[in-house]
Design a protein around this ligand. Structure first.
Ligand code: MRU
Length: 347
């Protein structure tokens, strides 16, 4: 199997696998302007918290190529402005601002303006390579949490290679479990309204040769109550210091249903998704996306013209519903205020 790598850097161009067209069309967009990279994030041509972090890092390298100047302060000022533009592309995932800040720190630490561009390019490549290595470690830590053969795990949204630089987080844990010989059943939700689950996760499981059953989001409770699902695992866009977790809309409902049915609910995410500056999840900014993503799909209307819709892209799951948070350094257990700090310090 060839690894899925949605983000490729040619040295001068950023190439993104366009996730708005999958699974029916495998098409790559080629980007040389940082503003177009930011637009690709907003339009969800590239999506998933770690993947938008990696894209933002390369966008900063593109900005440096365009804005370079011999006057260092002017150059740094222009890079800061470009960074603010890139970081504003989507509000919820902490990885976006994290990557921009990391790139700016590198630029600010370089005294020679002529060396800023190569340093930023190297740093972006490093962020991408680190992400894959981190995901593989998340898989190693998490695979023991997968259910015994024949029992089911349910996952939500898309947290695979497409959402990262490669391998994935929650989907990576499922993959690591299968690669270690586990033969548990896999269910994935459609993930309305954008259908990351139906379009992207089902495709990734097919590429990996892991049999997976697609279910409507609303079928999850019934499956849990009937005993078909004995574990839930999802990703995260931002994890507050107390373990409250923002993730794709619907995660909260799955976690409450898991709790009601006595089923463990895990979150898998790199420590770069942990935001220790936020005490709890109520302070997490939740992206609201256009109404037409709910009232229609693929250019066709579902609801009658004029229907009002509300489209929050994420929700926050209070930490009491989360059994464990799998990071690249450790599996965090409650109390998360202690274990998450330990995980971040160990990274
Ligand atoms: O709106 P999306 O598709 O970017 O949302 C993605 C998610 O919610 C993922 O679960 C999260 O980013 C983790 S991806 C490894």
């Amino acid at each position: 199997m060839t690894e899925i790598r949605p983000i490729n850097w040619t040295g001068t161009r950023l190439e993104l696998l366009d996730q708005t067209l999958l699974p029916h069309q495998r098409s790559t967009i080629s980007i040389t302007d940082y503003r177009h990279a930011a637009a690709a994030i907003t339009e969800m041509r590239v999506r998933g918290a770690p993947a938008i972090g990696v894209t933002a890092a390369y966008a900063m390298a593109l900005a440096a190529a365009e804005l370079q100047s011999r006057e260092r302060d002017h150059f740094i000022g222009a890079l800061r402005q470009a960074g603010a533009h890139i970081a504003a592309a989507r509000p919820t995932a902490v990885n976006l601002g994290w990557a921009v800040r990391r790139m700016l720190r590198v630029a600010e630490s370089e005294p020679d303006p002529g060396s800023i561009l190569p340093r930023l390019e190297t740093e972006a490549r490093l962020i991408q390579a680190e992400d894959e290595a981190i995901n593989r470690r998340i898989g190693e830590h998490g695979r023991a949490l997968m259910p015994p053969d024949g029992q089911g795990v349910l996952t939500h949204c898309n947290t695979g290679a497409l959402a990262t630089s490669a391998f994935g987080t929650a989907l990576g844990v499922i993959r690591a479990g299968w690669e270690a010989g586990g033969r548990f059943r896999v269910f994935n939700t459609e993930t309305r309204p954008w259908l990351q689950g139906a379009r992207l996760t089902s495709w990734e499981f097919q590429q990996l040769g892991i049999p997976a059953t697609l279910v409507a989001d609303s079928a999850a409770g019934m499956l849990m109550r009937r005993g078909d699902v004995s574990c839930v695992i999802a990703g995260a866009d931002r994890i507050a210091a107390n373990g409250d977790t923002a993730n794709k809309i619907g995660t909260y409902a799955l976690a409450v249903l898991a709790h009601e049915n006595g089923i463990p609910c895990y979150i898998a995410a790199p420590t770069s998704t942990v935001d220790l500056a936020l005490a709890h999840g109520d302070a997490i900014a939740i992206e609201e996306r256009p109404e037409h993503e709910v009232t229609g799909y693929g250019g066709a209307d579902i609801a009658p013209a004029g229907t009002a819709a509300y489209n929050p892209a994420f929700d926050v799951t209070p930490h009491r519903y989360i059994t464990g948070i799998v990071t690249e350094t450790m599996v965090c257990r409650p109390p998360y205020t202690e274990s998450l700090r330990q995980a971040v310090d160990a990274a």
